[in-house]
Design a protein around this ligand. Structure first.
Ligand code: SAM
Ligand code: SF4
Length: 352
């Protein structure tokens, strides 16, 4: 497998900080965590049916870590070899003053502690923030868009305006950000529209990644009837398009193909139908400071008290190392025949 040349490893940093090599976050199965998904809020301006209930109850504001506390935690992760941070949520751009966190992280891009800071967003506020993101060193953003049809978009998100997302895509590309579209694959209208979505994304120079629906809590959709296996969908796409498998990895879970007819890349994220966990390099932190080493397992570990009770970082660091060491081999999701095994935790607690 070819590794993207931009994707440096911690070996590159050994010379600069030999101690860091000894602090790397290794788990009991030999995987090294180098990628942090940081949920900065559980709140969102939309209510996608596969993600949240319409009357979703959000966390009390007092339970959220401040942006300064979240930043302090990221510095501890960086000291342990985390080199890539993706901000997510909820909708990260609805968090008040979130650009200050991007600004703080940008210093670590400049000094080489981090390879990349990225963002997953629904795009509704991207037109407002795209230039600032670029200014703070963000090069790539993932924008979630499951349809090109305004009515269907409103139905999926319950009240969202697709024109705001289109404006966000324009602003992001104008600001020089590389945009990838994410779409949650579902049975029905999505299948009919997929070819248009592919043409749209690739026509604008954007990758498109399809995500299998995962049975997390809080959502209204019936997973069993909406679930679409991407292994099956890929076979069907092969009848219509020429898919050339690509060996490139961006360090994430997507497997990419190039579509010869469009020249663009199509990714498949298949937590349900294919092996997904054996080379997982991710850890996740919620906006309340809960550390999760697997999105598909309950059981976070709160870092909040340890963070607040000491000016030093050693207690948090010990908890972090221990929790990562205990990272489970894989998730425990299942959608099969009539059986669905998922989690009560909502997707918006930790982000995708
Ligand atoms: N609000 C932002 C957004 O929508 O991009 C970031 C958070 S959202 C939870 C991150 C990603 O998770 C989105 O691409 C969304 O489509 C996806 N997602 C939400 N619920 C999901 C589910 N049950 N299964 C798979 N993906 C899901
Ligand atoms: Fe909000 Fe993103 Fe969940 Fe949609 S998928 S409700 S935009 S957090």
């Amino acid at each position: 497998m070819t590794v993207d040349p931009k994707h440096k490893t911690n070996d590159d940093c050994r010379k600069r900080d030999p101690e860091r090599q000894n602090r790397l976050l290794r788990d009991q199965f030999g995987r090294t965590a180098t990628y942090l998904r940081l949920s900065v809020t559980d709140r969102c301006d939309l209510r996608c049916t596969y993600c949240m209930a319409e009357n979703m109850t959000f966390l009390p504001r007092k339970d959220l870590l401040s942006l300064e506390e979240l930043y302090r935690l990221t510095t501890i992760f960086m000291e342990h070899g985390v080199r890539k941070i993706r901000l997510t949520g909820g909708e990260p751009l609805v968090r008040k003053n979130v650009m200050s966190l991007f600004e703080n992280l940008s210093r670590h891009l400049a000094n080489g502690d981090l390879d990349e800071v990225t963002l997953t967003t629904n795009g509704s506020l991207l037109s407002r923030y795209a230039r600032d993101l670029a200014r703070f060193g963000v090069k790539r953003v993932n924008v979630s868009l499951d349809t090109l049809d305004g009515d269907r978009y409103r139905a999926i998100t319950r009240w969202g305006s697709i024109n705001r997302v289109f404006a966000g895509l324009d602003a992001a590309q104008d600001a020089g950000l590389h945009v990838k579209l994410n779409a949650v694959a579902q049975k029905g209208a999505f299948e009919k529209e997929l070819n248009d979505l592919i043409r749209f994304a690739h026509g604008r120079g954007m990758d498109l990644t399809l995500i299998e629906e995962m049975p997390l809590g809080g959502a209204a959709s019936c997973r069993h009837s909406s679930f679409l296996s991407l292994a099956d969908l890929r076979h069907r796409l092969e009848q219509e398009w020429s898919l050339e498998p690509l060996a490139v990895t961006t360090g994430g879970p997507a497997k990419y193909v190039r579509i010869s007819e469009t020249g663009g890349r199509l990714g498949f994220i298949t937590p349900m139908s294919c092996d997904f966990c054996s080379d997982c390099n991710r850890i996740r932190l919620s906006c309340t400071g809960e550390l999760y080493t697997c999105m598909g397992q309950e059981g976070g570990l709160s870092l909040r008290d340890a963070l607040r009770q000491s000016d030093g970082n050693e207690i948090v660091a010990q908890l972090l190392r221990q929790k990562v060491f205990e990272k489970p081999s894989g998730h425990d999701f299942l959608i099969e025949d009539r059986q669905v095994r998922g989690l009560t935790r909502a997707m918006s607690t930790l982000g995708g």
